[in-house]
Design a protein around this ligand. Structure first.
Ligand code: FES
Length: 153
């Protein structure tokens, strides 16, 4: 496939990445930029594990071609905070011990983050509805919901 050098802005930093423009954004983030917060789950836009923010809005990076991210601000889990200084949403998930295997948590955290950016005080129903299409196979949805509510406090 045709390869081009694409200019991307991720977590506040400019990058130039050689990639075929149709490559899923997720692959570029993980394979070229070593940002492994976003996870590969279904690869079909169904599970939410690969969620990132594009201009502050939650997006499923496994089904978004990298060319669609040009000129936009991409934020990954790494952009919310660090291990030493987690962001507020990340901190809430840590305090609520919302992970079992943890594979879905990137998507859960990024989805809650996107919601809180546009609606800082969501109701429980709003939170539930926002997370409705993020799948967790371990069944820790209750802890995840608690973490989301804590993040909104
Ligand atoms: Fe992208 Fe499942 S891996 S939605």
């Amino acid at each position: 496939p045709d390869c081009a050098v694409l200019a991307l802005r991720v977590n506040g930093r400019a990058h130039r990445v050689p990639a075929a423009p149709d490559t899923p954004l997720l692959h570029v983030l993980r394979n070229d930029l070593a940002l492994n917060g976003p996870k590969f789950g279904c690869g079909l836009g169904e599970c939410g594990a690969c969620t990132v923010l594009i201009d502050g809005v939650a997006a499923r990076s496994c089904v978004i071609p990298v060319r669609a991210a040009r000129g936009r601000e991409v934020t990954t889990l790494e952009g919310l905070g660090t291990r030493a200084q987690p962001g507020a949403t990340q901190q809430a998930f840590i305090e609520c011990q919302a992970a079992q295997c943890g594979y879905c948590l990137n998507g859960m955290i990024m989805t809650v983050e996107a919601l809180l950016r546009r609606n800082p005080r969501p109701t429980e129903d709003e939170l539930r509805s926002e997370l409705h299409h993020n799948l967790c196979r371990c069944g820790t949805h209750i802890e995840i919901l608690r973490a989301g509510l804590r993040a909104a406090q």
